[in-house]
Design a protein around this ligand. Structure first.
Ligand code: ATP
Ligand code: MG
Length: 193
């Protein structure tokens, strides 16, 4: 299977769709958010640094993030394709990912962009705050994550388009999770033919 980069705003469902795709095609799944939350839970040095950024809705510095990503990638079983969930989030991370993969004789594969209106995103994140109790799912931090997304991450969408690997899936058109999944699976199978 080709590698897959799942791209979208906070609350767009990157984690949910990644898990569905990983299960269906037996792929690896790297969620940088989950890796960082694991470090925080285990109270590691890295966790302490990560917490100071996550709680404010800011991004962890690129050099640190790129290093974490490479280590996590190298720990994956070889030869089954990996889903990158929450990485890259900046142009520097995207360039580093491309280089890191090329050094290993691999490539980016395909990018899947989840398009969801900000209204729906905010409602979902506030609901998730009640269910999961994630510290960064409060209204003020969410607003900041949206601002960071627009300024630092969204420009990457064009970067992937220029790479010729961007595929978009619009919640407003698909309407349901099942509808989104059906469209996504169809595209993945087309790309792996
Ligand atoms: P989702 O789309 O799955 O609902 P999300 O985008 O809100 O979630 P995560 O991907 O879990 O959230 O990331 C949570 C936080 O972890 C980010 O706000 C950021 O502080 C940090 N983080 C995660 N990935 C990166 C990254 N690639 N670069 C910098 N910081 C990151
Ligand atoms: Mg996530």
């Amino acid at each position: 299977m080709k590698n897959i980069i799942i791209f979208g705003a906070p609350g767009s469902g990157k984690g949910t769709y990644s898990a569905e795709i990983a299960e269906r095609y037996g792929m690896g799944h790297i969620s940088t958010g989950d890796v960082l939350r694991g470090e925080i839970k285990n109270e590691t040095e890295l966790g302490k640094i990560a917490k100071s950024y996550i709680d404010k809705g800011q991004l962890i510095p690129d050099e640190l993030m790129i290093d974490i990503l490479a280590k996590t990638y190298d720990a994956q079983p070889a030869g089954r394709g990996v889903i990158f969930d929450g990485f890259p989030r900046t142009i520097a991370q995207a360039e580093a990912l491309k280089k890191m993969l090329a050094e290993r004789g691999h490539n980016l594969g395909m990018m899947i962009e989840l398009i969801v209106s900000e209204e729906v995103l905010m409602a979902r994140l506030l609901r998730r705050a009640q269910i999961e109790g994630r510290a960064d799912d409060n209204e003020e931090t969410i607003r900041n994550r949206f601002a960071v997304y627009h300024s630092q991450t969204e420009p990457l969408s064009k970067w992937f388009e220029a790479e010729g690997i961007r595929h978009t899936f619009d919640w407003g058109i698909c309407k349901t999770k099942e509808g989104m999944l059906e469209a996504i699976f169809e595209e993945i199978e087309k790309q792996n033919k």
